[in-house]
Write a protein that binds this ligand. Structure first.
Ligand code: R2B
Ligand code: URA
Length: 312
């Protein structure tokens, strides 16, 4: 009997540890105050557990307007009482990022590219840690260039890969390159795929997402201010990417995946393809069409959140 109880307690403790946000920095605990500079928040001036302790889902995306729109959308989807126009930008003290909290959902913008999202992720993960959040799932909701896909197709990322199609993220630390794995949560990805088929609202595939450090030459575009390769070389690279399982190209997934993985956070990347890169480089769809495309990842993730909360 006592043994059974001990085993249960040990299991409960193990689960509790698993659900925590693990910051991997021994210096953090020694700091009297932690200023989350780019969020304009601090452990001394803000009660982070009170403000954020109930967060279960964090949705991040490049544009501040899109993440505000997502906050309004999720407010409506979760039937949260009150006027959505009263949702405040928690980071209004800075114009680096925007942050909105709607019930258990946090919606944050991260800007464009790896350096911008990586600064945001450091401060977000510390925020979740200081707030003692548990069992949090993170989503990047984004736009991307499709590789062999029709515009409007939603891609759930299987592996986030680098320019050589490797599932890893390279970071220079003290002048040396360190490599981290970019594996994402398989369960969350397959749950999302299942929900996409239930929704039947737009084409959705699962595939690898290539993350680059540039929108133009870095993604093999022929329409930048510089172009150091031919049309044929571009197509050859995209063909190789396709053969390696790449279905879309964007600019943040590898560092997002790597940081979540190290800190024990479940994460997924859901991006809509704005164009098929085999067919061109310029984004020619109308504003209205692009706005509708960008709602697709939001619709899918909102459905996931509602399922997880037992609302549908
Ligand atoms: C997708 O779209 C942006 C570039 O237009 C970039 O942030 C990304 O990953
Ligand atoms: N975002 C990208 O990074 N690439 C595209 O082609 C479209 C959106």
């Amino acid at each position: 009997m006592a043994m059974l109880l001990l085993n249960r307690l040990a299991k409960e403790h193990e689960d509790y540890i698993k659900q925590q946000v693990h910051v991997k920095n021994p210096y953090l605990d020694t700091m009297e105050e932690d200023i989350l500079y780019h969020f304009s928040l601090s452990t001394k001036t803000h009660n982070l557990p009170k403000m954020f302790g109930d967060i279960k889902f964090v949705c991040v995306g490049g544009s501040a307007n899109r993440m505000k729109a997502f906050a309004h959308f999720i407010h409506q989807e979760l039937n949260i009482p009150g006027n959505p126009d009263d949702i405040q930008d928690i980071c209004e003290g800075t114009d680096r990022y925007s942050m909105y909290k709607v019930g258990p959902v946090l919606s944050i913008s991260h800007g464009m590219g790896v350096p911008s999202i990586s600064i945001m992720m450091h401060e977000l993960i510390k925020l979740l840690h200081h707030a003692h959040c548990q069992d949090v799932v993170l989503f990047r909701l984004g736009t991307s260039g499709g590789v062999g896909l029709n515009p409007g197709t939603v891609v759930i990322t299987d592996k986030a890969v680098d320019y050589s199609f490797r599932p890893q993220f390279e970071q220079v630390v003290l002048g040396k390159v360190i490599t981290r794995s970019t594996e994402l949560d398989e369960e969350v990805a397959s749950e999302l795929l299942q929900y996409a088929s239930e929704l039947e609202s737009f084409p959705t595939v699962i595939g690898n997402t290539m993350c680059t450090h540039d929108f133009y030459e870095g993604q093999g575009r022929l329409d930048g201010a510089l172009c150091s390769f031919s049309h044929e070389e571009k197509l050859e690279y995209l063909k190789k990417a396709y053969e390696a399982g790449v279905r879309n190209i964007e600019m943040e997934s590898t560092v997002f995946a790597a940081m979540c993985r190290v800190c024990g956070l479940k994460a997924a990347v859901v991006c809509v393809a704005l164009l098929n890169r085999f067919e061109g480089d310029q984004i020619t769809s109308s504003h209205e069409v692009l706005v509708e495309y960008q709602q697709r990842p939001q619709i899918l993730v909102a459905y996931f959140i509602k399922k997880r909360l037992g609302l549908i």
